[in-house]
Design a protein around this ligand. Sequence first.
Ligand SMILES: Nc1ncnc2c1ncn2[C@@H]1O[C@H](COP(=O)(O)OP(=O)(O)OP(=O)(O)O)[C@@H](O)[C@H]1O
Ligand SMILES: [Mg+2]
Length: 235
Amino acid sequence: MAQEKELNQLKTHFLSMASHEFRTPLTTIQLSNDLLKRYGGKMGDEKRAEECAVIERAVNRMTLLLNDVLMIAKGETGKVELNRERVNILELCQQVVDTYKLLSDGTHTVSITFSGDFVPILVDPKLLHHVFSNLLSNAIKYSPKGGTIAVQVKQTPDRVLWQITDQGMGIPADELPHLFEVFHRAHNAASIQGTGLGLSIVKQFVELHGGTITVNSVENQGTTFLITLPVIQES
Ligand SMILES: Nc1ncnc2c1ncn2[C@@H]1O[C@H](COP(=O)(O)OP(=O)(O)OP(=O)(O)O)[C@@H](O)[C@H]1O
Ligand SMILES: [Mg+2]
């Protein structure tokens, strides 16, 4: 009974969150599309490209959000499958950072350093891509423009350590124990858009790999997330 009530609360919360989160990019798309339709002919090439980029970013945002929602739905029913293949972690991490450099509009500096020997290991590249992009997007979202985000990746014979540090708003100490719960958002992040889904999915995917995720944060100074994955080389 209590479980049913909790599930209903989650559903209600989810519906109000999802409609709000989807409405914002939809409004953006509608506005830019209107502008293009009415004035597209008279706009310079640069202005037109700018409006298209606005639409593209809004569509990307909705796609990511929808992916998260689908992942949560799958996760709840235990249907997320781990498909391990041989992956070079260095290449995967570089890809994630390159994609985000394109998406983030150059507002932040992202530095990435590698150490160790990156022999291919058996992981699920799709799930790990999702994990790394989520943490990077948080680091960007919760730190001021012009900030630096440092990603460090290390591979030893038995572990991969992936660490991301930002110089952003940080997380209040009393929020840390709840950070990975579905829909949980820290109170100092209320003015920034988000669903609170990202980290719960990240944790689930890391644990599917047999890994761990930990967080260290000081409010108004910055945050570090550390992921540790066991190295598996043979199937
Ligand atoms: N790098 C960070 N710096 C400061 N706070 C963070 C950081 N990463 C996460 N948080 C806090 O943890 C909460 C949960 O993060 P999570 O990624 O799950 O959700 P979200 O970012 O709010 O929404 P979504 O990822 O779905 O857009 C955030 O709302 C924010 O309060
Ligand atoms: Mg997030």
